[in-house]
Write a protein that binds this ligand. Structure first.
Ligand code: MG
Length: 234
């Protein structure tokens, strides 16, 4: 088996770390930390963590020097050891005072990321905030931004890349003949399809999402990590 012949890639929030109401409070699950440490030491396996978070944010939460970090939905990529592979200039957009005030007054949280603005409503009733979420979606499209639906979050992101494109790129770059991917959300559906054709696609079940076709549905981190070990520890 040559280096990189299996690409093992994980989404972060909801897949390696439990979802929290406050995204800044999210921490890597302890079992996930052990799994990442073990798998990054394996010969013939390249490990990647794929997230919508900024690279600088992700790196502080995962502490995985042996893994590739695909951040900002693929707009930022760092190789093991932190070498910059892909980067993009920060997003500079203005929301407008009316929409900004409406978001504030409704109690929604607007997160300013390096390459995106993310509107969060976790802990709230979606029907109550739907008109403002839709206004934000229209505004983002008018700005020429990509709009990404997540679990209780809508993100307006600088155009380009995407988790699937970045995963395909990395699979080529490391010469992976097999791809294993684990994810929990709509933005993982592309990478999951790609992995289902080339290895295995593992989907973390949640009441918020219907699993796509062709995936193995798992109900807990523990079960996920057991299946991942079966895939790579041969
Ligand atoms: Mg996720």
């Amino acid at each position: 088996m040559r280096i990189g012949s299996t690409l093992l890639a994980f989404d972060f929030d909801g897949t390696l770390a439990p979802i929290c109401d406050d995204p800044t409070a999210v921490r890597l699950d302890r079992g996930a930390a052990e799994l990442i440490a073990e798998t990054t030491r394996l010969r013939g396996v390249a490990v990647a963590i794929v997230s919508g978070r900024d690279a600088d944010d992700l790196v502080t939460r995962v502490h995985a020097p042996g893994a590739y970090l695909i951040a900002s939905h693929g707009l930022e990529i760092r190789a093991p050891g932190g070498t910059l592979v892909r980067d993009a200039p920060p997003l500079l957009v203005h929301l407008g005072s009316t929409l900004g005030r409406e978001i504030d007054e409704a109690g929604l949280r607007l997160e300013s990321k390096k390459l995106a603005l993310a509107l969060h409503w976790r802990g709230m009733v979606f029907e109550d905030v739907a008109p403002i979420v839709e206004k934000f979606r229209r505004w983002a499209k008018e700005q020429g931004l990509d709009v990404i639906d997540g679990r209780c979050v809508l993100e307006a992101r600088r155009r380009g890349a995407g988790k699937e494109e970045a995963l395909r790129w990395l699979a080529r770059a490391v010469g992976a003949s097999r791809v294993v991917y684990a994810g929990d959300d709509i933005t993982d559906f592309g990478p999951l399809r790609f992995a289902a054709e080339r290895g295995r696609a593992l989907f973390l079940a949640s009441p918020e999402r219907t699993p796509p076709e062709g995936v193995t549905v798992v109900g807990s981190f523990r079960e996920l990590f057991r299946l991942v070990r079966e895939e790579v520890m041969v």
